[in-house]
Design a protein around this ligand. Structure first.
Ligand code: PRP
Ligand code: URA
Length: 213
């Protein structure tokens, strides 16, 4: 999973994730299928992303006997970056229905590629447990680094990011400007083009998700 040389990066190497991502990338995939695929891939990634989450022992009765089982003991907060992160949220919540959801709104200026924050709606006690930032695209890394800054400002201590497609430029920027934050991605792509789009990528994730392209 980790032979790419980036210590802060986990790249998924699962046939089902690769299969679904292949359709997500294809330009002929319409927004209905795109939406379903994005959510499904995010759900499949949750298993690995949550591996270090704390559990606590609980005594229960099965129909046969008393036994000790283990349940998640942490308060999990999932934070999608609008708009495109919304496409991953349902898939993540399917696996972690108890999670709280905070929202960050971020739009990238097409000319400068700088992110502009337009929404910040987070629970007050972000330090209560792990915070999972979700955004399908890690391109220049500007949006992710700004989002991490807003989460830290709001008190988050235990942070990770889940994306679907990452560029080497974005991963390196995260390593430099958001140290300690592990990035989980379904794919590490080749590079950015001159407009800051990931190659080969999947195009504009928000537009493809919502049919606004
Ligand atoms: C996309 C994407 C990320 C950002 C990545 O959002 O969802 O948030 O671009 O680019 P970066 O790494 O260079 O910052 P966009 O700003 O297009 O907004 P949208 O999701 O509303 O379309
Ligand atoms: N945002 C996207 O939606 N796609 C990219 O390739 C880069 C940024």
């Amino acid at each position: 999973m980790n032979d790419h040389g980036y210590p802060n990066l986990v790249v998924f190497d699962h046939p089902l994730i690769k299969h679904k991502l292949s359709y997500l990338r294809e330009s002929s995939t319409g927004h209905r299928a795109f939406r379903a695929l994005m959510s499904q891939i995010a759900g499949l990634m949750v298993y690995e992303v949550t591996r270090s989450f704390a559990t606590r022992p609980v005594r229960i009765e099965t129909p046969m006997a008393g036994t000790t089982v283990h349940r998640l003991s942490c308060v999990v907060t999932v934070v999608p970056v609008l708009r495109a992160g919304l496409g991953m949220t349902a898939g993540v919540l399917d696996l972690m229905p108890e999670a709280r959801v905070g929202h960050l709104g971020m739009a990238r200026d097409e000319a400068t590629l700088e992110p502009r924050a337009y929404l910040n709606k987070l629970p007050p006690d972000l330090d209560a447990g792990p915070v999972v930032l979700i955004d399908p695209m890690l391109a220049t890394g500007g949006s992710a680094v700004a989002a991490i800054g807003m989460l830290r400002e709001a008190g988050a201590l235990d942070l990770r990011m889940v994306c679907l497609v990452a560029s080497p430029e974005g991963v390196e920027r995260m390593e430099a400007e958001a140290p300690g934050v592990t990035v989980y991605t379904a794919a590490l792509d080749d590079r950015l083009d001159e407009r800051g789009y990931i190659l080969p990528g999947l195009g504009d994730a928000g537009d493809r998700l919502f049919g606004t392209g």
